[in-house]
Design a protein around this ligand. Structure first.
Ligand code: ADP
Ligand code: MG
Length: 317
C-alpha cells in the first residue's frame, strides 16, 4: 500500500486512543475546560456510567459563536500562544474536543457575556454539523452521548457501569480539591449525588474543601505541611499514622494546581511513612507542590496527568 495522509477523523480517533481512555477521561477534560474558562459553578451529569451520557455545564467565559468550529478542530486552543515551557492552564494541547467528537456524539452549546445569543455545534463520529443559534445562559454546556460508538473496539474494554461511575467520581474529587472556590455537583441515574459547595479560595477554604472530599474526620486526623526548599514549596495535609487505608487511592497530589498521578511523589510518600506504617497500609495525603513552571514538564502524555521534574532529587527530598 502506498503512503497516504490519514483522514482528519482517523487522526482524531488515534489521538482519542490516548486522551480519552474511558468516560472519566471525558469528564476530566470537560471539567478542566470549564475551570480554564473561569467557571464558578460546574455541573456534571452522567448516565450509564458516562457511556450513554456525560454532560458538563459551566458558567464560565463561553465560546464566541465564530470560534465554535475551531473549538472542535484539532490543535486549536486559546490557551497557548508561544511558550510551551510556561503553561498556566489545565489544557493546552487543543486535542480533547476533536478527540471526543471523533468517537462519540458531541454537542457544544455556549454563550459569552457579550454575545447576542447562544450558539451550538455538533460533531458525530467526526462528522461536523453547521453552527446554529441556540438559546443558552452565559457559559458552556458540553454533552457527550454514546461514547466510543464510532470505535467499537474501545467500547469492548469498558468495565461495568458501576466501575466507570466510580472512576468518574474519583476524577471529580481529585479536581475539586484543587479548586475550592468552584462549586461542583456530580449527579445522574447511575450514581448518588456528590456536591461540593464553593468555599473561599484561601487556606481555610482549601481545608473546608478537603474535608468535603475526604470526610469530616480527616482534618482532625492529619498534620498540616508547609515547607520550602530551593524554590520548591510543599503544602497540604498528611494523615497521622493511625489513620490509614488498605490502598493508596486516597493520596492526592497537585503540581502547580494540576492534579497529577506521579510515581515519584507516591514513592516519596511511601518512603516517608515506611517507619510508621506496615507495608500493606497507606497514608491518606493531599499534597500541593508549587515550583517554577519552567522546572516541570507537563507535556509528557496527552492525558496531562504525568509530569517530569527537572530536578527529581530535590522534589523527592
Ligand atoms: P484545550 O483545552 O487544550 O485548549 P480543548 O479541545 O479541550 O483544548 O478545547 C479547545 C478550546 O475550546 C479551548 O482552548 C477553549 O478556547 C474552548 N473551550 C472548550 N471548552 C470550553 C468551556 N467550557 N468554556 C469556554 N471555552 C471552552
Ligand atoms: Mg481542554
Amino acid at each position: 500500500m502506498p503512503i497516504r495522509q490519514l483522514s482528519e477523523t482517523m487522526i482524531n480517533q488515534i489521538a482519542a486512543g490516548e486522551v480519552i481512555e474511558r468516560p472519566a477521561s471525558v469528564v476530566k477534560e470537560l471539567v478542566e475546560n470549564a475551570i480554564d474558562a473561569d467557571a464558578a459553578r460546574v455541573e456534571i451529569v452522567t448516565a450509564g456510567g458516562g457511556l450513554n451520557l456525560v454532560r458538563v455545564s459551566d458558567d464560565g467565559a463561553g465560546i464566541p459563536e465564530d470560534e465554535l468550529e475551531l473549538a472542535v478542530a484539532r490543535h486549536c486552543t486559546s490557551k497557548l500562544s508561544t511558550d510551551i515551557h510556561d503553561i498556566r492552564s489545565l489544557g493546552f494541547r487543543g486535542e480533547a474536543l476533536p478527540s471526543i467528537g471523533s468517537v462519540a456524539r458531541l454537542t457544544i452549546r455556549s454563550r459569552t457575556a457579550d454575545g447576542d445569543g447562544g450558539a451550538e455545534i455538533a460533531v458525530e463520529g467526526g462528522h461536523l454539523a453547521a453552527v446554529r443559534p441556540a438559546a443558552a445562559n452565559r457559559g458552556t454546556t458540553v454533552e457527550v452521548r454514546d461514547l466510543f460508538f464510532a470505535t467499537p473496539a474501545r467500547l469492548k474494554f469498558m468495565k461495568g457501569e458501576r466501575a466507570e461511575s466510580t472512576a468518574t467520581a474519583d476524577i471529580v474529587r481529585r479536581i475539586a480539591i484543587a479548586f475550592p472556590a468552584v462549586r461542583f455537583t456530580l449527579s445522574g441515574p447511575d450514581r448518588s449525588t456528590l456536591e461540593f459547595p464553593a468555599s473561599d479560595a484561601g487556606a481555610g477554604g482549601r481545608l473546608t474543601r478537603i474535608a468535603q472530599v475526604m470526610g469530616a474526620e480527616f482534618p482532625d486526623n492529619s498534620i498540616a505541611i508547609d515547607a520550602v526548599r530551593e524554590g520548591v514549596r510543599l503544602t497540604g495535609h498528611v494523615s497521622i499514622p493511625s489513620y490509614n487505608r488498605a490502598n493508596a487511592l486516597q493520596q492526592y497530589a497537585y503540581v502547580n494546581g494540576r492534579p497529577v498521578r506521579d510515581k515519584l511523589i507516591a514513592s516519596a510518600i511511601r518512603g516517608a511513612f515506611a517507619d510508621v506504617l506496615p507495608r500493606d497500609r497507606h497514608a491518606v495525603t493531599v499534597l500541593f507542590l508549587t515550583l517554577d513552571p519552567a522546572t516541570v514538564d507537563v507535556n509528557v502524555h496527552p492525558a496531562k496527568a504525568d509530569v517530569r521534574f527537572r530536578d527529581p532529587g530535590l522534589v523527592r527530598g
